[in-house]
Design a protein around this ligand. Structure first.
Ligand code: AMP
Ligand code: MG
Length: 418
């Protein structure tokens, strides 16, 4: 389990920028050292635990890139076309033991090994067979054309996959190309998830008239699973300090991270802070981010705790900036910088300087074909439908004070955020 010191997340400043928050997290959370071996088919989404150096070159042998005819470079037609007697036929998976004879050509297919001494392949579309059955090759082809040399993709010994890499299908493919069928990965990060609030009922259970169904817990668990975590669903904690403290205390030490939602503002019924303080240590991070309110960071028995705000959109946005880098750090993955893509704003917006704001937006193509961001018409941080009906978030940096239609703004798709 993660073992962090009590003052690990302490922060002196009045308001923390998003970059400061991410910097603090990535500097102080140390990676889980435990690893496990998984079958390659189960490796997608896991974090690689060890570097992988290519055990063989890719491609493993020099082969033809096309269906066609192989020749020696010395025989390449210079000025005029030239007829070659056909000598040999090599299919993909076949052997090419016999060297190609001078002045001859061999029929060859895509992926078939080049015969010894053959260095160039003519595409079959560029070739004709004359009445005597000879293969007529045109002039002007570059030596080495249409051949894939051994190791041109990855040379043998090259470190092609790095420890800390979150594996995507293309990484799995590369490992497969190396012949590996099992990979060493970091064990899943174990996260305990609680919602807090007397007003919450679990989906599937009865709901009193003054209650709403708990949506954040399911959103957060889904986001955590997308980050490869093993999630313990610990339900809803009531707004009572001692109950909260008992619930949190029970899971500390058995998880790498505790995540709560709700109860971290400064209202009388926001008990998460007091509960954490009674059994561990706590700081409130007032982050200069909208939507988002204070995020609580704490340590209970060496286990880090993150308390997210209760409003669903604030919970979503602060997850991306606080929980995601924490989980990646715990798994030993380098921080992934989110890179907004430039799009044209199709909205007006006023904003405070020195605060980063995220505007929920949909993309559409303008009349001139340029991508435009259309702002969701309403702003409340409680509007779950705003996350469902948009494509992502426009990121407005600390320096910006407003947006006018036509301005270039940075857009982060939900697909990239999580
Ligand atoms: P809080 O941060 O506890 O003051 O909650 C802020 C708002 O978010 C309140 O309107 C809560 O009802 C709402 N809220 C808190 N937790 C959840 C949750 N798990 N799912 C949906 N809404 C929530
Ligand atoms: Mg609450």
């Amino acid at each position: 389990m993660a073992q962090l010191s009590d003052d690990c997340f302490a922060f002196g400043g009045p308001m923390m920028s998003v970059d400061e928050a991410v910097g603090l997290i990535t500097a102080r959370v140390s990676a889980i050292a435990d690893l496990e071996t998984v079958a390659l088919v189960d490796a997608d989404g896991r974090v690689l635990a060890r570097d992988i150096a290519a055990p063989l070159p890719l491609p493993p042998f020099t082969n033809s890139a096309v269906d066609g005819y192989a020749v020696r470079n010395a025989d390449l037609p210079g000025q005029a076309e030239r007829a070659f007697p056909l000598d040999g036929r090599i299919q993909a998976g076949g052997l090419a033991n016999a060297a190609i004879k001078p002045g001859h050509t061999a029929r060859i297919f895509t992926g078939a090994p080049m015969p010894p001494d053959a260095e160039t392949v003519f595409m079959q579309e560029d070739v004709r067979i004359d009445e005597s059955g000879q293969v007529v090759l045109p002039p002007g082809l570059k030596p080495g054309a249409n051949v894939r040399p051994a190791g041109e993709d990855v040379p043998q010994g090259h470190v092609a996959l790095r420890a800390g890499q979150r594996l995507r299908p293309q990484h799995v493919a590369l490992a497969a190309a190396f012949g590996l069928n099992r990979l060493n990965v970091v064990r899943r990060i174990r996260v305990a998830v609680f919602s807090t609030g007397d007003e919450l009922a679990s989906p599937g259970e009865p709901r009193a008239a003054s209650q709403l169904f708990d949506s954040n817990r399911f959103m957060l668990m889904a986001m955590l699973r997308r980050l490869g975590c093993e999630v313990s669903d610990l339900g809803i904690l009531r707004d009572e300090r001692s109950l909260l403290a008992d619930g949190l205390k029970q899971v500390a030490g058995r998880h790498d991270l505790i995540l709560t939602t709700g109860g971290v503002s400064t209202g009388e019924e926001d008990h998460v802070k007091a509960a954490v303080e009674s059994i561990g240590s706590l700081v409130l991070w007032r982050m200069a981010i909208k939507p988002g309110r204070p995020v609580a960071m704490g340590i209970i028995d060496g286990t880090p705790l993150i308390g997210l705000p209760g409003n669903p959109v604030a919970s979503f946005v602060t997850f991306v900036h606080v929980v995601r880098p924490t989980v990646l750090s715990l798994a030993g993955s380098p921080p992934e910088k989110l890179l907004p893509i430039p799009v044209r704003a199709a909205f007006t917006y006023k904003k405070k300087i020195a605060r980063r704001e995220y505007v929920r937006a949909s993309l559409r193509r303008g009349d001139d074909g340029v991508l435009e961001a259309v702002k969701f018409p309403r702003e409340g941080a409680g509007l779950l439908s705003s996350l469902v009906e948009t494509d992502g978030l426009v990121e407005l940096g600390e320096d910006i004070t407003g947006v006018e239609p036509g301005d270039s703004v940075g857009f982060l798709s939900y697909a990239e955020l999580i």
